[in-house]
Design a protein around this ligand. Structure first.
Ligand code: VGL
Ligand code: ZN
Length: 218
């Protein structure tokens, strides 16, 4: 049986990544109702739910004007940096901020920190979590880089494919990102095959064997 302690990581569901935002991800806001369902499932199971936010200073090498790839977005303290208003953030939830170093892009949630200065690996280890489920924005940047870092840090990852959307600067970027993380061992799941056991654990149902990761039954 799968005894790993699970958690949910909700990535960058902020106004600037939603339609009419400064760096709109197509259909970005459509992840919100789906993520709210996952948030409910994990909370009911008594498992942690963490949130990340892109949290840039006005001047950063991440922005085009200073050598980066992107228009200004998610600038600290602006409405664009706020979470989507319908996202159901539980009171007291841990929020990891990333991208606040003006010299770095910082796509990965592992480069972020909470308000106490702990990084994501420290937070996960402190909570005893060894496997997290990830959803949010954007598939081809933060979701991808966070998943790849997770393996480097020794965590297991399941990508919630019905709760992610990508930028797709080049068509197909998001599909390629998912293939890459699956080839490194990520699993995938959707609301259709997420299961909550009577003991309160969350795991993927039988359909989810994508990526070749073996699934223990029991
Ligand atoms: C992101 C592009 C620019 C992300 C952040 O969090 O996926 N993408 N900044
Ligand atoms: Zn950014």
């Amino acid at each position: 049986m799968d005894t790993a302690k699970k958690a949910l990581l909700v990535v960058d569901v902020q106004n600037d990544f939603c339609p009419s935002g400064a760096l709109a991800v197509p259909g970005g806001d459509r992840v919100v109702p789906v993520l709210n369902k996952y948030i409910g499932i994990f909370r009911k199971a008594g498992l942690p739910v963490y949130f990340t936010r892109d949290w840039h200073p006005p001047v950063t090498v991440h922005f085009k004007a200073y050598g980066g790839a992107w228009p200004p977005h998610c600038v600290q303290g602006t409405p664009g940096a706020e979470f989507h208003q319908d996202l159901e953030i539980p009171p007291g939830a841990v929020i990891m901020s990333k991208g606040d170093d003006p010299g770095l892009d910082s796509y990965s949630a592992f480069s972020g920190h909470d308000e106490k200065g702990r990084n994501l690996a420290e937070v996960l280890r402190a909570d005893g979590v060894s496997h997290f489920y990830i959803g949010g924005l954007a598939t081809d940047y933060c979701v991808k880089e966070t998943s790849l870092d997770a393996f480097r840090e020794g965590f297991e990852v399941t990508v919630l494919t019905d709760a992610v959307r990508g930028v797709d600067l080049s068509p197909g970027d998001s599909d390629r990102a998912l293939e890459e993380v699956k080839s490194r061992g990520a699993r995938t799941a959707t609301l259709e095959n997420i299961e909550v056991s009577r003991r309160g654990g969350v795991h993927e149902g039988p359909e989810d064997i994508a990526g070749g990761a073996e699934r223990k039954t029991g």
